[in-house]
Design a protein around this ligand. Structure first.
Ligand SMILES: [Zn+2]
Length: 125
């Protein structure tokens, strides 16, 4: 029986939802009917269970590519920024664009906003 962790955006609780099958889960995702059992809100954020809650000092360099993907899919800009920062330092990446993206992510900017800005500056200059 598949189960998934969510964070309720309304009451802030961490909840765990069970589904009879993956098909049920997919159907609920498509219909947007995942519901918080505490307050009834459907404003839920999926927590990626493969990666635990970020803790200080996590060693991104030891992560598998799957775990890195989970971090990116998790949508936490700051965490993605930290990961880029560590990997960039580890691999000696000095590209200013990479540095700017990393700093903006660490500042909490969404990847979409950064991508949009970079796209604009490319065509404008
Ligand atoms: Zn709730």
């Amino acid at each position: 029986m598949p189960s998934y962790d969510y964070r309720c955006n309304s009451c802030g609780r961490k909840i765990n939802l069970f589904y009879k099958s993956y098909k049920d889960y997919d159907a609920a995702t498509a219909a947007g009917t995942h519901t918080c059992p505490h307050c009834g809100s459907r404003q839920l954020t999926r927590l990626i269970s493969r990666v635990a809650i970020p803790k200080p000092g996590r060693d991104y360099k030891q992560m598998s590519s799957n775990e890195m993907l989970s971090v990116m899919e998790g949508g936490n800009s700051r965490e993605v920024g930290e990961m880029f920062h560590e990997l960039g330092a580890d691999q000696g990446i000095t590209d200013p664009a990479f540095g700017e993206i990393t700093e903006r992510l660490r500042g909490g900017d969404s990847p979409e906003a950064i991508e949009r800005d970079l796209g604009t500056s490319d065509s404008g200059e």
